[in-house]
Write a protein that binds this ligand. Structure first.
Ligand code: ADP
Length: 156
């Protein structure tokens, strides 16, 4: 049976941290679906169409990775995609505390689906989409923090 993982997030915008996490996880899974969670009550810097475009540019060269979007619960999306795993990244203990309760609730809702956590690589532990948004707002070139196939110009 193919091992399929969903990597959900808001990706506002996708960072080198997200990208590296997926590349690291390719050793564990046959297929990773990077899934943009469209949350209508959350205000984002980039529209869902833009964020999806950034994700496509980032991951299109990787055969085992596809990009998709969903509304509603991650667990329902996983079930619809026949994914057995949810992939999430951990940068620090705050991430851990936040992720722990979500993973526990997801497990209660569907015991067949497990959350797999990978540690952010050391270089990316301080990197977040919110820091990137702050830099972008202040016209700083964020190229060093973007995935290899995405550039600051793509965001403007
Ligand atoms: P969400 O709003 O669902 O937290 P994000 O796009 O902020 O969406 O993050 C999606 C996932 O990527 C989360 O599991 C988060 O912990 C992880 N992540 C975010 N930044 C990094 C990073 N720099 N390195 C590794 N994982 C990260």
């Amino acid at each position: 049976m193919k091992r399929v993982a969903v990597f959900p997030g808001s990706f506002d915008p996708v960072t080198q941290g997200h990208y590296r996490l997926v590349v690291d996880a390719l050793e564990l899974f046959d297929h990773i679906i990077v899934a943009l969670g469209v949350n209508t009550s959350k205000t984002c810097m980039f529209s869902s169409t833009q964020r999806l475009g950034f994700l496509e540019k980032t991951f299109q060269h990787l055969d085992k990775v596809t990009v998709d979007s969903f509304e509603g619960l991650t667990i329902d999306f996983c079930q619809a995609q026949n994914a057995q795993f949810i992939l999430r990244g951990l940068r620090n203990t705050q991430d851990f505390e936040y992720e722990k309760s979500i993973a526990q609730m997801n497990k209660k809702m569907n015991a067949q689906i497990d959350t797999v956590f990978l540690m952010a690589s050391q270089d990316n532990q301080a990197l977040s989409s919110s820091i990137l948004r702050e830099l972008i707002k202040n016209n700083k070139n964020v190229d060093p923090f973007l995935p290899e196939h995405l550039s600051y110009e793509d965001l403007c």
